[in-house]
Design a protein around this ligand. Structure first.
Ligand code: CP
Length: 325
């Protein structure tokens, strides 16, 4: 267990050691138990987290805000359009200034080619930890909750297979950050990863190379496939969600045309049957029902999407308690 985490930024879990991530999981399970028992745990009394959003959110905002309240502190919600950022406040100024008012700064900025650089710019200038609530490249708090949910469901994840698949959804161009953080993280815990996507929807090649290296180091499997149906056979975890073709085209209408080429990429009961009766269905949400996944699967007995959403709360409380305490 690594306990010296005070002051650390969390921009992606790849920058944390496995021991440190195990500490996060340990504390997250402990805080989940404390909450279930109704025991107060004000570990961050009088502390304040600034939450700066450049992009909409349901789960991330609600879970960070509830988590800070449960830890005895406060979270301030700051929507970028209501600030002076458009009138000149720079990342450096945001880091300097919000870092002087608060004990932590959490940021969601998903603009392609901009978000990660912005968060790193704030972190460089900030005297307090900076937590990535999702950028264009990473979604670490989602990946932490995903891993926690897998451990909760299966116990030791070593040797289990996770299929992380692209799914059809033309509603909007979703970031590639959730699958990227997940393909990096799961192999480090000994899980075999099948990354499945049409050729036009790759993840960043350097991220995939690091994920492959993580798998090699942990003696886990790592495969890239382009056949949606084949990805399901015998897999333990089905994690199928849509993302945009950011690395293929910057033209939104071309991206939508490419998405609609693969309208059959929707998880249904037949796919879950191919995975097997002990397999689980996961999705970070929001999901486009009956486009990405059928109602029967997402509301069915193999779906653990609500446990996954709940674990956002417990995982983030562990991160905040350990870095901001
Ligand atoms: N999964 C996730 O990050 O949800 P929100 O976009 O609602 O925060």
């Amino acid at each position: 267990m690594q306990t010296h985490l005070k002051g650390r930024d969390l921009i992606d879990l790849q920058e944390w050691t496995k021991d440190e991530i195990e500490t996060l999981l340990d504390v997250a399970f402990e805080l989940k138990r404390e909450r279930a028992l109704g025991r107060p745990h004000p570990l961050l009394r009088d502390k304040v987290l600034a939450m700066l959003f450049f992009f909409s959110s349901t789960r991330t905002r609600a879970s960070f805000e509830a988590g800070m309240a449960q830890l005895g502190g406060h979270a301030q919600f700051i929507e970028s359009r209501t600030t002076q950022i458009a009138h000149g406040d720079t990342a450096k100024e945001i880091g300097e200034i919000l870092g002087r008012y608060n004990d932590g700064i959490a940021i969601r900025h998903c603009d392609w080619g901009v978000g990660n650089e912005y968060i790193r710019g704030v972190a460089e200038a900030s005297r307090v930890p900076v937590l990535n609530m999702q950028c264009d490249v990473y979604h670490p708090h989602q990946a932490l909750a995903d891993l926690m949910t897998i451990v909760e469901h299966f116990g030791d994840p070593r040797g289990k297979t996770a299929t992380i698949s692209w799914a059809h959804d033309p509603s909007y161009l979703k970031p590639i950050s959730a699958p990227q953080s997940l393909v990096l993280l799961l192999p480090r815990f000994g899980m075999n990863v099948r990354l499945v996507h049409p050729p036009e929807f790759p993840l960043m090649s350097d991220i995939v190379e690091v994920a492959r290296e993580n798998a090699r180091a942990a003696h886990a499997g790592f495969e890239v496939m382009d056949d949606f149906d084949a990805g399901f056979a015998g897999s333990d975890v089905i994690y199928a969600k849509s993302w945009g073709a950011m690395l293929t085209t910057t033209d939104e209408s071309e991206d939508l045309r490419l998405i609609n080429k693969y309208a059959g990429w929707m998880t249904d009961e037949r796919h879950m049957k191919a995975a097997g009766e002990d397999a689980v269905f996961m999705h970070p949400l929001p999901a486009d029902r009956n486009v990405e996944v059928t109602d029967a699967v997402i509301d069915g007995p193999q779906s653990i999407v609500y446990d996954q959403a709940e674990n956002r709360l417990h995982g983030q409380k562990a991160v905040m308690a350990l870095t901001m305490g």
